[in-house]
Unconditional design. Structure first.
Length: 159
């Protein structure tokens, strides 16, 4: 599967090679695909599974837009890590478990940012939850790219 994805991305990359380097293109393609999956899962969960209803647990009640975020996260976290590690940042010199720990830490920061921005956009600015999710995603993806490239999947620089 890895080789198929890389071959497909490299084929699609050809017309873009004058404008963007291969690694950034792979990041955009893999991250964009995973983000699109995240938004679709979020939308379906919010509108059709939870039916815009508060989720009541024995301990806490969770708003439907936050519960939808949590559900989509549990699907897209492992997919995102595998894509970033095996397709995008293959040249990283860090051990796999260090990458996973750093990726998890970065994702925790992204979860916090997602929570803050979704709550802010929905409750303070009155955005529709799916629109709030899309705007939040744009902000968080920029942060995520910089973090992954320079910290999570860092490569040693040659002196």
């Amino acid at each position: 599967m890895k080789h198929f994805i890389i071959a497909l991305l490299d084929f699609v990359y050809t017309p873009f090679q004058k404008f963007i380097d291969r690694q950034t293109f792979r990041y955009v393609a893999c991250g964009g695909g995973n983000t699109l999956l995240d938004i679709i899962i979020y939308f379906v969960t919010y509108n059709f599974i939870l039916k815009k209803q508060i989720v009541h647990t024995p301990f806490i009640s969770i708003s439907p837009y936050i519960a939808s975020f949590i559900i989509s996260f549990f699907v897209t976290f492992p997919i995102g890590f595998l894509l970033m590690r095996n397709i995008v940042f293959t040249g990283s010199t860090l051990r796999g478990r260090i990458q996973l720990i750093r990726y998890f830490a970065m994702v925790v920061m992204c979860v916090v940012l997602n929570y803050i921005f979704i709550k802010l956009f929905v409750e303070q600015f009155g955005f529709y939850p799916t629109i709030a999710k899309v705007v939040t995603t744009i902000i968080v993806v920029c942060f995520s790219y910089l973090t992954q490239r320079h910290f999570t999947f860092k490569t040693k620089t040659k002196n």
